[in-house]
Ligand binder design. Structure first.
Ligand SMILES: *[C@@H]1O[C@H](CO)[C@@H](O)[C@H](O)[C@H]1NC(C)=O
Ligand SMILES: *[C@@H]1O[C@H](CO)[C@@H](O)[C@H](O)[C@H]1NC(C)=O
Ligand SMILES: *[C@@H]1O[C@H](CO)[C@@H](O)[C@H](O)[C@H]1NC(C)=O
Length: 498
């Protein structure tokens, strides 16, 4: 899903000039005269609201079901508040405020932005896809932490892939295993999902091959993506037959009974059977990042087809064994990959090795088994919390521990240490600069569509991250000053001062 991030019109220059040029465009569209000074004043006045203002917040159906480790007996009025800045994701209803009783402590969670500047508001939770630096809650109060939830594609917001962007957050839940609350296997429902029997037998697949079915399936309708997968697949198609049914590089119509888009994207049975007839599924993510893996990878494994994968550079770490997926990065060229696929296509024993993991004993990856066993959230599993509730509880327990440590330190500064600051870093996201799916960036024509969008998007989001960092450092209250800060960073950089 691509959020409307109010992306600015990209200009046609590249590299460092792209950055400067964009700054100029953005500044021109937000002239100084339009800065809302009254709004600034309103924020100031709200900054030190007495605690009693909380009574305005409506408390909906509050029921307590504290876990065994939670002895928190405080009333709702005493609990720290967590504010979901991205209200659309607030994982409670009805109402906009709720008490949560977590593993070791309790909090109030709300999506009511009125509490932004309250003393009791300990943390603000953001959804990465929706995070817009020019709408960030400012001024950033020293006592408030920021928490990031971002399970979606890196392409949705490259802001988070830059050091100055991600370091603004204290807690993260991302697809990276290094994040505080990792969602790495979010698209893998269970071990049983992997172990499901193959949908179409190898004999049947071979029979269909003789009837002219291609060995390789490609099915994508989102074509202009930072991984630039089409460019790779187009080259691959020169060396091996690929049936492509989606909008991207389409060379075959879907059968009529599958043309309904709701069927073609879901886990619909007839659709699943249709794609399962192929020996190999091209599984290229829309954005490349360590540990970003989606259903494109897990679904063919479930069906007993072999994914030909490009996405996470460390995908091998999560595979059932070392011969269950074909990893595009391991091949020097699309031609070398095609040769290998043809070899497997012609050798049943070799192909069958890629399906061996369907026998549980062949799953040798302890990391995979352990992660599935120990994760506390479930996927379509009503007996486990979902990861939104899981993450807010993680933040709640962390914040209560920090507050307790702060109180202990204040009471007896000689006996207790102050809590250490905690912040995220590039290992929590850090997705690389998009590169062409095939070939070298310097060989692309200047009017190449991919080139005009993604490298610029990436560098523009670095400008925005530096701009927001500057706003916070200057204790600004008005996030729309972002453009002004970006411009002054660019100017001082151009003068060699930065
Ligand atoms: C949270 O992160 C900010 C920005 O990186 C940092 O200045 C602050 O000290 C951190 N807060 C805590 C409580 O660790
Ligand atoms: C980044 O964060 C991780 C854990 O969140 C930590 O282990 C690591 O040391 C940090 N790296 C740097 C360079 O600070
Ligand atoms: C930051 O700004 C707020 C309100 O705009 C003000 O009340 C506060 O004192 C400022 N903090 C610092 C450290 O200057």
């Amino acid at each position: 899903m691509m959020a409307g991030r109010g992306r600015l019109v990209p200009c046609m220059c590249l590299g460092l000039f792209g950055v400067l040029c964009w700054v100029w465009v953005s500044f021109a569209s937000f002239p100084d005269e339009q800065l809302p000074l009254e709004a600034l004043d309103a924020v100031d006045r709200a900054a030190f609201q007495p605690q009693s203002a909380l009574s305005e917040v409506h408390f909906a159906s509050i029921s307590s079901y504290a876990g065994p480790g939670n002895t928190d007996r405080r009333s709702n009025k005493e609990l720290p508040i967590l504010l979901w800045w991205s209200g659309g994701l607030f994982p409670h209803f009805p109402g906009d405020t709720e008490r949560i009783d977590c593993g070791t402590s309790s909090c109030l969670v709300t999506s009511n932005r009125k509490v932004q500047l309250y003393k009791r508001t300990a943390s603000i939770i953001f959804y990465g896809t929706d995070f817009r630096p020019y709408e960030a809650p400012l001024p950033r109060l020293r006592h408030q932490t920021w928490a990031l939830f971002h399970e979606e594609s890196p392409m949705n917001n490259y802001f988070l892939s830059h050091g100055p962007g991600i370091r603004l957050f204290n807690y993260t839940a991302t697809f990276r295993r290094e994040s505080d609350y990792p969602l790495t296997l979010q698209w893998l429902p269970s071990l049983d999902y992997l172990l499901a029997p193959v949908t179409v037998s190898l004999d049947e697949k071979n029979r269909l091959r003789k009837e002219g079915l291609a060995p390789v399936l490609y099915m994508q309708s989102h074509c202009d993506v930072p991984s630039d997968r089409n460019r790779y697949v187009q080259e691959l198609m020169k060396y091996i037959q690929v049936d492509s049914y989606g909008k991207c590089l389409n060379n075959k119509p879907l059968p009529e009974h599958l043309q309904d888009t709701s069927t073609a994207t879901g886990e619909d049975r007839s659709f699943m059977t249709f794609v399962s007839r192929y020996k190999f599924h091209l599984a290229l993510e829309n954005g490349l990042c360590p540990d970003y893996m989606t259903e494109k990878l897990w679904r063919p494994l479930h069906q007993g087809c072999v994914p030909v994968y490009k996405g996470s550079s460390v995908v091998a770490d999560w595979m059932p064994n070392d011969h269950s997926a074909i990893i595009i990065n391991n091949f020097p060229s699309p031609k070398a990959l095609a040769d290998f696929l043809k070899h497997l296509d012609e050798n049943d024993d070799e192909y069958a090795k890629y399906i061996e993991f369907k026998n549980f004993k062949s799953i040798t990856n302890a990391r995979l088994l352990e992660a599935l066993e120990t994760r506390e959230w479930g996927v379509n599993d009503m007996s486990k919390p979902n990861y939104l509730n899981g993450f807010e509880c993680h933040v709640c327990d962390q914040e209560n521990a920090r507050l307790a440590a702060e109180r202990a330190y204040k009471r007896a500064p000689t006996k207790n240490k102050p809590p250490q600051p905690k912040m995220a870093n590039n290992s929590h996201m850090g997705c690389p600069l998009p590169r062409p799916g095939y070939g070298d960036v310097k060989d692309l024509p200047a009017d190449d569509e991919w080139l005009q969008i993604w490298p610029q998007d990436y560098w523009q989001s670095l400008d925005q991250a530096e701009g927001l960092e500057s706003l916070i450092r200057h204790n600004e209250s008005d996030p729309s000053l972002l453009w002004k800060h970006i411009q002054s960073i660019a100017v001082s950089r151009a003068r060699g001062k930065h």
